[in-house]
Design a protein around this ligand. Structure first.
Ligand SMILES: NC(=O)c1ccc[n+]([C@@H]2O[C@H](COP(=O)([O-])OP(=O)(O)OC[C@H]3O[C@@H](n4cnc5c(N)ncnc54)[C@H](O)[C@@H]3O)[C@@H](O)[C@H]2O)c1
Length: 352
């Protein structure tokens, strides 16, 4: 009998292919034995195309019929909580795509299900696995930046609504903040040493909407909606203060009338600043202002780093590594996002 980890895929859409790719690179340790999707035909077709033995029309059915060790939750956001909790209760370690959930209450339910089951719940914060994150943390830990007191996280698309369910608040939980902002807020917090958020001021706008008359230049949802729906924000801005006194300014959009889109993080310290894309330090050298680029690969590469994320999940489930992202990180992120949306509604600062 095989002693490989048995894996189930919950949600057979776009990002699940990156999970498959990562598991396949570990085929000596894991075996993808089942998949499911609420669109059962899609699950069957997906199983056939990818050589997966069995396909189901719901995760409950899959979990009842299979003895799985690991599950990837790659559904739209609103199904994360029910699918992840069901998989944890069935005794699986779970890698759940970002954002962990629609809000902090759901994230706490997931965290508590993981604790109760004694299983791993890892949020899919893929950006934590890049060389840029590792190089930044190395420099910061060795004191090259001094005290970091301000940071900027920017993920602005000029025209990049992914379509489908991403515009449907009931399934996504929101617009660019919960879809794109989640990556850069988490990454900044991770690089800064996971400080706790203490207060948040935010604003959201829906002035341009979906703008689907122009072709999108970002990720595109595989799932099409039968009617166009866009009841989420198209731009979100926020100021987040952490318990170490540092301030993070966030800007993120699906649509915005700017010239160039941006996906970058900037950290400002007492000794030097750091931009991630391109990876460069900004400080002083010999009484002159200096910009220092490090030689080598200090970038994030989606495919390579997704494979690393999958390996980290399998290693952590196997007790061979610590997960780079924990359920607690997922909860903290959802607390921040909840606070941005609450502040945007009330116009007030939200204290956490
Ligand atoms: N890490 C990244 O960089 C990244 C990139 C893209 C998407 N994502 C995340 O991945 C998730 C999926 O996004 P996508 O673009 O692949 O969407 P998608 O629309 O391509 O696929 C989602 C699939 O989930 C299925 N589904 C919905 N509810 C289900 C349920 N209860 N049980 C089983 N299947 C269900 C849908 O039928 C669909 O096939 C989202 O949470 C998104 O935020 C992450």
């Amino acid at each position: 009998m095989s002693n490989k980890f048995k894996v189930g895929i919950i949600g057979c859409g776009g990002i699940s292919h990156s999970h498959l790719h990562g598991y396949r690179a570990l085929s000596d340790r894991v075996e993808i034995t089942a998949c499911c999707d609420i669109d059962e035909e899609k699950a069957k077709e997906y199983a056939k195309r990818n050589g997966i033995a069995r396909a189901y029309g719901s995760c409950e059915e899959m979990l009842a019929n299979e003895k799985l060790d690991l599950c990837s939750v790659t559904t739209w956001n609103s199904a994360h909580v029910s699918c992840a909790v069901a998989a944890l209760e069935a005794g699986c370690h779970v890698l759940c795509e970002k954002p962990l959930s629609l809000n902090a209450d759901e994230a706490l339910r997931m965290q508590s299900a993981a604790r109760k089951a004694g299983k791993l719940l890892m949020p899919g914060f893929v950006r934590r696995h890049g060389n840029d994150a590792a190089a930044a943390i190395d420099l910061i830990e060795k004191g090259y930046l001094g005290e970091i007191y301000f940071a900027k996280a920017t993920y602005l698309r000029r025209n990049g609504f992914p379509g489908g369910w991403f515009g449907d608040k009931s399934r996504s939980g929101g617009g660019p903040l919960i879809d794109l902002g989640v990556h850069i807020i988490d990454l900044t917090r991770y690089i800064m040493g996971n400080p706790k958020p203490v207060s948040v001021y935010g604003a959201t706008f829906d002035k341009l909407g979906a703008r689907e008359n122009i072709r999108t230049d970002g990720w595109v949802s595989e799932t099409k909606t039968d009617r166009p729906i866009f009841d989420v924000e198209d731009l979100a801005v926020a100021m987040i203060r952490f318990d170490n006194g540092a301030l993070l300014s966030v800007e993120t959009s699906f649509n915005l009338n700017l010239k160039h889109g941006a996906n970058d993080i900037e950290l400002f310290g007492t000794k030097a600043g750091l931009t991630l894309s391109p990876f460069e330090l900004h400080g002083e050298l010999n009484n002159r202002l200096a910009d220092i680029a490090l030689a080598g690969d200090n970038d994030f590469h989606f495919e390579r780093d997704f494979d690393r994320e999958m390996k980290n999940f399998v290693d952590a489930a196997d007790g061979k590594a610590s997960p780079l992202a924990t359920a607690e990180d997922g909860v903290q992120l959802m607390r921040i996002l909840d606070a941005v949306y609450r502040s945007a509604e009330t116009g007030e600062t939200v204290f956490l």
